[in-house]
Design a protein around this ligand. Structure first.
Ligand SMILES: O=P(O)(O)OC[C@@H](O)[C@@H](O)c1c[nH]c2ccccc12
Length: 269
């Protein structure tokens, strides 16, 4: 594992230990039975064209503060009106400024399926996700050893969550396929070791993904042309955060990226 990711994972484990003391796992388990009905996440990604998973992201280690002042409700509703297929809500606190409360708020504000975007290393976080109203979680292959990947994947499916399995290179893709036979594969164009971005990463790995898998390209997208290129090569969905969060009008920006912007709408980006 590499440095930035390693540090975030260490901090996450500490945070989970602290939260576990406040709300014991058994309490969360009891609350799962009263959790909301799920919304179909994976299904939303395989509609015709490239589906957009629009992300709520306040700040990041690479970009610093991205957008201040806007509420989750405003952003999530703008994404829904703009045509997002699903939402991603970053709930990691120390590095991304997110909370589980953000996810709860997004759930109340829209009808879209929601991905809990976080560094999931413990089953406790999966239970939290369900109780907060998530329909899917992210598992990052680079952050987990194979045994933990198997356990967490199984736990998530057992509580009816879909799982987006994130890879960044060929060996991680092999792990995702061989160890858990992942259905939904996220190719992250950003290296979580140094936060450098190269959207070519998606094209390099795509040919190694077997037919029948759902592919999501993640990170670094700014233009309609880039999204069109993904569509041409058969990528199912794209995960976009920063470009939408920085846009003066996130709804208009999303329309442009999806191709529903109309003439002269490029200014929205
Ligand atoms: O803001 P961008 O470049 O559009 O990227 C969104 C998303 O892919 C990115 O936030 C992300 C992908 N995988 C992650 C894992 C943890 C935290 C964040 C991420």
């Amino acid at each position: 594992m590499n440095n930035v990711l390693e540090r975030i994972v260490d901090v996450t484990r500490e945070e989970v230990r602290r939260r576990r003391k406040e709300v014991p796992m058994a309490d969360l388990e009891a609350r799962i039975h009263h959790a909301h009905d799920g919304r179909p996440f994976s299904e939303a990604l395989v509609r015709p064209g490239v589906s957009v998973i629009a992300e709520h992201k306040r700040r990041s280690p690479s970009a610093g503060e991205i957008r201040e002042g806007a509420t989750v409700t405003e952003i999530a509703q703008a994404y829904e009106r703009g045509g997002a297929a699903a939402l991603s809500v970053l709930t990691e606190g120390p590095h991304f400024g997110g909370t589980l409360g953000d996810l709860e708020e997004a759930r109340r504000a829209t009808t879209l399926p929601i991905l809990r975007k976080d560094f999931i290393v413990d089953a406790y976080q999966i239970y939290e996700a369900v109780v907060a109203g998530a329909d899917a979680i992210l598992l990052i292959v680079a952050a987990l050893d194979p045994a933990d990947l198997v356990t967490l994947h199984r736990e998530a499916l057992a509580v009816d969550l879909d799982v987006l399995v994130e890879v960044h290179d060929e060996s991680e893709l092999d792990t995702a396929l061989e160890v858990i036979d992942a259905d939904v594969i996220g190719i992250n164009n950003r290296d979580l070791g140094d936060f450098s971005v190269d959207v070519e990463r998606t094209y390099e790995l795509l040919s190694d993904v077997p037919a029948g898998k759902t592919v999501v390209s993640e990170s670094g997208f700014h233009t309609r042309e880039q999204v069109e290129e993904l569509e041409r090569v058969g990528v199912d969905a794209v995960l976009i955060g920063e470009t939408l969060m920085r846009a003066p009008d996130p709804e208009a920006a999303l329309r442009v990226l999806i191709g529903h912007g109309g003439s002269g709408a490029d200014d929205a980006l």
